[in-house]
Ligand binder design. Sequence first.
Ligand SMILES: Nc1nc2c(ncn2[C@@H]2O[C@H](COP(=O)(O)OP(=O)(O)OP(=O)(O)O)[C@@H](O)[C@H]2O)c(=O)[nH]1
Length: 317
Amino acid sequence: MTDSTEDTENTAAGQWWRRLSTGLKRTSASIGGAIADLVTKRRLDHAVVEELEEALIRADLGMETAVAIAGKVGEGRYDKQVTPEEVKAILAAEVETILAPVAKPLVIDPAKKPFVVLVVGVNGSGKTTTIGKLAARLTAEGRKVVLAAGDTFRAAAIEQIKIWGTRTRSPVIAGTQGGDAASLAFEALETARSQDADVLIVDTAGRLQNKSTLMGELEKIVRVMRKVDASAPHAVLLVLDATVGQNAMSQVEVFTRTAGVTGLVMTKLDGTARGGILVAVAAKYGLPVHFIGVGEGVDDLAPFEAKDFAKAVAGIE
Ligand SMILES: Nc1nc2c(ncn2[C@@H]2O[C@H](COP(=O)(O)OP(=O)(O)OP(=O)(O)O)[C@@H](O)[C@H]2O)c(=O)[nH]1
């Protein structure tokens, strides 16, 4: 590796770190503020540990995780003066331990051509934006991507996908609003195959209010695509909006049952003080987390990295 490549990589990594830590400011400020308030002037005691537990629960890390982490902070430190930095370091280490096993890249198997990625999630969770960002990333890596505007429920979603298609020079297979999503997915897979595409990304509607319709529609999309490729879809990504907090848990439950989710993307971590929800989801479900989103821009989606995320949540610079 030449020096200049190394520089570029360092800069890119540095830029992402800034985006991530800025994006997670609301979460880290809430936790960090609580830690500073709690331990700056007091020796560690039961009450401090309990208050820390509460701060972690408020940041949506989940009851069990919050209790476990606060317990770790207390271990062997009662009646001692600890610094906020020490507590943040323990917090980051514990969060990293929980997240490391789930931080897994989305691996595009070149033997599957096209590699079919089905994207599911409730309305407004950020599916379409994530698909656009993902298409940008994959095309930048030299892959040929085709997009399927399978959220036929909303005209705006179809338009949005088309814009991303133009931006990333990816063909978009789109029907009309109210059209049949499954036949669109079928047509998209045939087209992607005939165009020798590497990846097909399929958007879907996410009307959670009617679970049986949702289930029926997703099952139909899968069934129909399997007529073209019996192994499709090769990845089913569930897009979760971090701002919904604990509600994300029930979404994971519904979609894993109905859509055979293989991995998660968590968006809008920049818009909430409760980014700890990612930790709670990881601790409970153990599903791979592939990407996180910290903004609306094309560069605001990055592969999920446990150590960086843990440091950002704890507010370590
Ligand atoms: N701040 C922030 N906004 C995001 C992020 N990801 C998506 N958004 C915004 O969230 C809104 C909803 O995103 P969409 O991509 O339209 O969501 P969707 O799940 O496709 O929604 P439907 O088309 O209604 O199913 C848009 O305004 C996006 O710009 C993120 O990581 N951070």
